[in-house]
Design a protein around this ligand. Structure first.
Ligand SMILES: O=C(O)CCC(=O)C(=O)O
Ligand SMILES: [Fe+2]
Length: 226
């Protein structure tokens, strides 16, 4: 993973362009069920296999569906991304953002093992990362190209917030303003556009390990949480 480390951000964030191929991207996009979206004001989402309960527990009897696991999870294993996670990967949040949509700065928090892996599909977007705390907090911009993978762990997971601005274009993209500029798959696109990224529909797959799990079976037989 070391060659993919994003410089200047707190330990550790990694960016891998072209983590999946165009064919794989199209195939996943075509398999996302269109009748499972939960529509929010600023985006829509699907929590797979289920939404967490009020106590941040994943109650389920079904694993992630094959279109979300193959070919992505074996590649995570090859890169050793979730090797320290108690259940490996057990949850995927699918978020869809139209141009002008985004997500407020937030942290993913204690419900999950502190490793998150995000695969981007469709459009390009800037993820804003900011140190927790008040004035003078350091900020970074991370450009996420379609088919890329972004991994956040360690201090980057616990000590920063991340968000996506509700804009129709991301501006002023260059080597000075984009933390992962040197790791991008195709910088020339942004050079040619004068540093502007016109937003198009983006779908992200956010893979995590929910710490508290209760299978429906173990609930029925009274074995409780694992
Ligand atoms: O869409 C993204 O890349 C970010 C999603 C996110 O931060 C989340 O689901 O917690
Ligand atoms: Fe998040």
């Amino acid at each position: 993973m070391e060659p993919h480390r994003i410089p200047s951000v707190p330990d550790s964030m990694y960016y891998i362009p072209n983590f999946i191929s165009e064919e794989e991207e199209t195939s996943i996009l075509n398999k996302i069920p269109q009748n499972h979206w939960i529509t929010l004001t600023h985006r829509r989402l699907q929590a797979v296999p289920a939404k967490l309960t009020a106590t941040n527990t994943l109650i389920t009897s079904t694993p992630l569906p094959p279109y979300l696991t193959s070919p992505i999870l074996p590649r995570f294993t090859d890169l050793d991304i979730f090797s320290g996670a108690p259940h490996g990967v057990n949850h995927c949040l699918i978020n869809e953002y139209l141009p002008g949509q985004g997500i407020m700065p937030h942290e993913d928090g204690a419900a999950y093992h502190p490793v998150v892996a995000t695969v981007s599909l469709g459009g390009t977007v800037v993820l804003d990362v900011v140190e927790k705390g008040c004035e003078g907090a350091r900020k970074w911009r991370i450009l996420q190209e379609p088919r890329s993978l972004l991994v956040t762990m360690g201090e980057a997971y616990t000590e920063t917030l991340h968000g996506i601005q509700e804009v129709r274009e991301d501006c002023d993209l260059n080597a000075e303003t984009v933390a992962n500029w040197g790791l991008l798959g195709d910088r020339e696109v942004f050079v040619a556009s004068g540093g502007v990224n016109e937003r198009t529909t983006r779908i992200s797959l956010t893979y995590r390990d929910v710490k508290k799990v209760s299978t429906i079976g173990s609930k029925i037989f009274g074995r409780g949480k694992t």
